[in-house]
Structures are given as structure tokens and as C-alpha cells.
Design a protein around this ligand. Structure first.
Ligand code: ADP
Ligand code: MG
Length: 324
């Protein structure tokens, strides 16, 4: 099977909203009046972001999910994406699984595959997503205000827990590993929540490298600091709800590490004024996404951690950095 048969079989589908999709030199999108295009790229590299033997269907899902997560963080509605793929060889079973996972998530979000590039080389997947947001309404990192509440959606830390188990650093019962692994391999982009938070959140970003590290990007961009209540974040790990009586409880230090600095969560961290607590609750409800209030934005720079009694906790939780 050649390059063009491969593209035709696995990555070409009739376009619905785009003006022009796969098959020409460029795809064409027609942004609607009053809308801005939100654009983001994320690359997944074998050995760096996923194991060589990962289920191709899950990989297809994740490759698009991490990109949709960036649109969610901006409050943008997904429109279309391109796929640049480097493959060591043509493996039809792999391609069928990968495209199935990819296109199922694309369909679920009405996000069309409109083009890309296909070459031979080490397995590498780069997706660029295009979304739309009403002019001036994108959620940015730079608008958090002192006094704002800090929230995070969903659960945190399970992806990292699974990774630690897969790397053999910790032992998890098979059932617990299977569930944590779902969070690592099939993250849920919080697109509906991002849309519902337009006009409510003052700032937002998605948690991909670990909560504290990602939050510090918001704080830096906003010229602010924050206080985070670790007695709230420790409960955000889903694994605690599925450990059986046969399982020993997870060590608290491991849970702090996973929830505060785990990475690969693809939840939204955002800020909103105290006076908008009802509006945040309504956004969470409308989007069917749980959110938890975990702290407060402060005028003084720096990220402080406290326990349930408000006592300072040492911040020794480093987030993921590809070059550190
Ligand atoms: P070009 O010569 O402009 O690089 P290609 O020959 O690489 O174009 O690709 C032919 C068509 O197939 C283009 O429309 C391109 O966008 C599309 N395409 C290539 N690879 C992919 C892919 N992996 N997924 C979707 N579309 C693709
Ligand atoms: Mg090309």
C-alpha cells in the first residue's frame, strides 16, 4: 500500500463544514463573522509520550484529545484538524485501530480531519486543531485577579499513578491499574466545560504537565500568586474510590505527588471571581463536569501550599519538563 492509498483509506472522509478537506494543496475553512480562530498543535513521540506497544485505538484517541484539551482551555469550539504522521512502516492493523480511535473522538466533537502529511520515519504524531471563539471571549492565562477562586475539573493524578505502575516503580492491583490506565491512555478533553466557562472564568489552562507547574503559568501570566489547599487536592485522585478492601491505601506522599505534579491529566484549571461561584456551579452542571475549588489567587507572587488547618506545606512537587 502506497502513501496515497493509505491516506485515502484511513484518513479521507467527506467534509461537512469545511469548504475543502483532504486532497488539494490546502484545506479551506470559512471562519464565521464575529469569530476568531483558535489554533493549537501538540505532538506525540514514541518513547517520550507513549509506549511502543500502546493500543493504537487509544493512541488515536489521545493524539486528538490532548489537542482538543487546548481548545477547551481557551473556551473554543472545535472545528477541524490536520494530522502529520510519521510511520516506520505500513501496518494496516495499526492504521485501522489508530484511525478508528482518532475519528471516533473527532466525530464526538464535530471536529473534521481536513488535511495533513504522511511520511516514513520513527512513529511521531502531530495534530493541529482549529477552533472558533467569539471575538474577545477566549479564556486566557493572563487575567486571573487577586481574590479569585481557583478550581480544577474532574480528577487528578491517576494518569501519573498508572505511569508509575507501568514503569514498575509502584505496584497496583490489576483492577486499579486498568482503571488508572484509562485516564493515562484515554483522557477526556473538557470541551463542554471550556465553552460553559466563557464569560465566567477569568483565566484557564489545561493541566498537561502537572497542576502546580501549569498553575504557575497562569500566575506568571497574570502577575499574581496563589494559595492551594492540599487537603482538597489529595481527594482528587480517582484511585482512592476504586481501591478495594484487599488493597492497602495509597501512601499520601505518592498521592500528593500524583495530584499536584502528575501530568497527563487534561483537566481544566481555572480562576473565577468569588462573586461568580453560582455561575461556576451552573457551568459545571450545564457541561456535566465536576469542578472542585482548591485555592485562592493572591496579589503577592509565589505558590503557597497549605493543609486543612491552613498550615504551610513545603512545596517539593516538581512538574514535568521535557528538558530538565
Ligand atoms: P503535499 O504534496 O501538498 O505535501 P501530500 O501529497 O502530502 O500533499 O498530501 C495529499 C493530500 O492528503 C493533502 O490534501 C494532504 O492534506 C492530505 N494528507 C496527507 N497526509 C494526511 C493525513 N495523515 N491525514 C489527513 N490528510 C492527509
Ligand atoms: Mg505532504
Amino acid at each position: 500500500m502506497g502513501e496515497f492509498d493509505l491516506i485515502a483509506r484511513y484518513f479521507t472522509r467527506p467534509v461537512r463544514h469545511a469548504v475543502l478537506g483532504v486532497g488539494d494543496d490546502c484545506a479551506l475553512l470559512a471562519p464565521r463573522t464575529g469569530m476568531q480562530l483558535a489554533i493549537s498543535s501538540d505532538m506525540l513521540v514514541e518513547g517520550r509520550h507513549f509506549f511502543a506497544d500502546v493500543d493504537p485505538e487509544a493512541l488515536g484517541h489521545k493524539a486528538l484529545a490532548v489537542n482538543l484539551s487546548d481548545l477547551a482551555a481557551c473556551g473554543a469550539k472545535p472545528l477541524a484538524f490536520t494530522l502529520a504522521l510519521s510511520l516506520p512502516r505500513v501496518d494496516e492493523a495499526w492504521l485501522a485501530g489508530f484511525s478508528r480511535g482518532l475519528l471516533a473522538l473527532a466525530d464526538a466533537h464535530g471536529c473534521e480531519l481536513v488535511g495533513g502529511d504522511t511520511t516514513q520515519g520513527p512513529l511521531n504524531i502531530c495534530i493541529t486543531v482549529f477552533g472558533e471563539v467569539p471575538t474577545g471571549q477566549a479564556l486566557l492565562r493572563s487575567r486571573a485577579q487577586p481574590g479569585d477562586d481557583i478550581y480544577v475539573s474532574g480528577t487528578l493524578g491517576d494518569a501519573r499513578l498508572a505511569l508509575e505502575a507501568l514503569l514498575g516503580h509502584i505496584a497496583l492491583p490489576a483492577e486499579a491499574l486498568a482503571r488508572a490506565r484509562q485516564r493515562l491512555e484515554r483522557p477526556t478533553p473538557r470541551v463542554a466545560l471550556g465553552l460553559a466557562l466563557r464569560g465566567v472564568a477569568t483565566s484557564a489552562m489545561d493541566v498537561s504537565d502537572g497542576l502546580l507547574g501549569d498553575l504557575s503559568h497562569i500566575l506568571q501570566a497574570s502577575g499574581a500568586g496563589a494559595c492551594i489547599d492540599t487537603s482538597k487536592t489529595i481527594h482528587l485522585i480517582a484511585a482512592k474510590t476504586y481501591s478495594t478492601s484487599a488493597t492497602s491505601p495509597l501512601p499520601p506522599e505518592l498521592v500528593h505527588q500524583c495530584t499536584l505534579a502528575g501530568g497527563d491529566d487534561y483537566e481544566l484549571a481555572f480562576t473565577a471571581p468569588r462573586a461568580r461561584r453560582d455561575a461556576v456551579a451552573a457551568s459545571a452542571q450545564a457541561s456535566g463536569t465536576p469542578v472542585t475549588r482548591i485555592g485562592t489567587v493572591l496579589a503577592e507572587p509565589g505558590l503557597r501550599l497549605v493543609d486543612a488547618q491552613g498550615q504551610a506545606v513545603e512545596n517539593r512537587y516538581a512538574s514535568f519538563d521535557h528538558f530538565r
